[in-house]
Design a protein around this ligand. Structure first.
Ligand SMILES: Cc1ncc(COP(=O)(O)O)c(C=O)c1O
Length: 362
């Protein structure tokens, strides 16, 4: 069976050494030494000033809204994983969608300005499949209207834009370190925060709002990463260059073999790639289902991702209709991409897709 992704498991002996360390010192959570070590190494590796590790990418988004004190409406992309939108709703914020660019699959800055009202407090962009947003244009709009900018960078680990980390753009960027991600800590996430004062506040927020034994200055939650997760992160980080290199081989092969036959995501030319996903846009939902069925027959499971478009969620009021996002969501498929995917397996996938596209042209 071939799935869209496969969790990378590092060398078990190396992981065991960290577990021995945890057992020896008895410190298993609450900002332990491994969490601190991973924060330091990640800050260095990614080229960011402040990174706060947390329990997952969803809570990272929620903490970003709380750290920045967002209120009212937040303009965001309807084409993302559900957590981008649901995290707003669970925090009493109303998502106002701005439709996407059908080629880059990112929020189209041209659609942002028309949606701004006096109740808007922020723009929440998503670097979809690791493809860098038009960050300068978004910054300009935000500045003009005095809005905060958050990037859901769950897919954008180690993406660089104009020679610096894409995570440095906006007030806060958030990452997901879920097991399916390029870099993972089993479950986990992070906030990259530009303002030093907000870092301190966020550290209180992830630990119930507590500053010390006598002071609880913030309304906090429990969003701490534990030592077993940090240990996994330290092991995966050791292997990250090799992981990326192997993913690049798979990514480049899809490009080479499917070029001209199927629509790819238009990539930001001034940004690097991290080879997290390989999305393809079919001509119609019918064609997508044919491809999907043909692959399923061979026990190959791509993923309809993202589907459905988030403007169709039943709990979003008022109803908003985003035709471009809806249209893309019906036709997009993420193909299997992970370091251990063999060239034979990939050739089978490519052959099935090519055959199906020849049979079903529309
Ligand atoms: C774009 C996006 N945002 C947020 C999340 C949520 O991250 P997590 O699963 O770590 O809570 C994900 C996770 O898959 C995601 O893809």
């Amino acid at each position: 069976m071939i799935n869209v992704t496969k969790t990378y498991l590092p060398n078990i002996e190396k992981y065991k050494q960290y577990i021995d360390e945890i057992y020896a010192n008895g410190w298993i959570t609450n900002n332990g030494p491994l969490v601190q070590r991973l924060e330091q190494r990640l800050a260095e590796y990614l080229g960011v000033k402040n990174i706060v590790l947390v329990a997952n990418g969803t809570v990272a988004l929620e903490l970003a809204y709380r750290a920045l004190g967002l209120k009212g409406f937040v303009i965001t992309s309807p084409f993302s994983f559900v957590a981008t939108t649901s995290s707003l709703v669970t925090n009493g914020l109303l998502p106002i969608f701005a439709d996407i660019d059908p080629n880059t699959l990112n929020i189209n800055p041209e659609n942002i300005e028309a949606s701004i009202t006096p109740n808007t407090s922020a723009i929440l962009g998503v670097h979809v499949f690791g493809n860098a947003c038009k960050v300068e244009k978004i910054a300009q709009i935000a500045q003009q209207h005095n809005l905060k900018v958050i990037y859901d960078a769950a897919h954008a680990f180690d993406v660089r834009y104009k020679d610096q980390s894409i995570l440095n753009y906006g007030d806060i960027s958030t990452l997901s370190f879920h097991a399916t991600k390029l870099f993972h800590t089993i479950e986990g996430g992070a906030l990259i925060i530009n303002d030093d004062e907000l870092v301190q506040k966020t550290r209180y927020l992830i630990n119930f709002g507590i500053e010390n034994a006598e002071s609880i200055p913030e309304l906090g939650t429990n969003a701490k990463m534990n030592e077993f997760e940090a240990a996994m992160g330290l092991c995966v980080l050791d292997d990250i260059e090799e992981i990326k290199q192997k993913r690049k081989v798979v990514f480049d092969t899809y490009i080479k073999d499917l070029q001209g036959l199927i629509q790819f995501q238009e990539l930001n030319e001034q940004a690097t790639q991290n080879y997290s996903y390989f999305p393809v846009v079919l001509k119609s939902e019918e064609q997508l289902k044919r491809v999907e069925n043909a692959l399923h027959k061979e026990q190959i499971f791509p993923r309809r991702y993202f589907y459905p478009s988030l403007d169709t969620l039943n709990y979003i009021e008022p109803k908003q209709e985003m035709p471009i996002s809806r249209n893309i969501a019906k036709r997009i498929l993420c193909l299997p991409l992970y370091p251990e995917l063999t060239s034979e397996e990939q050739n089978t996938i490519i052959k099935i897709i090519k055959n199906t596209l020849t049979e079903f042209k529309q």
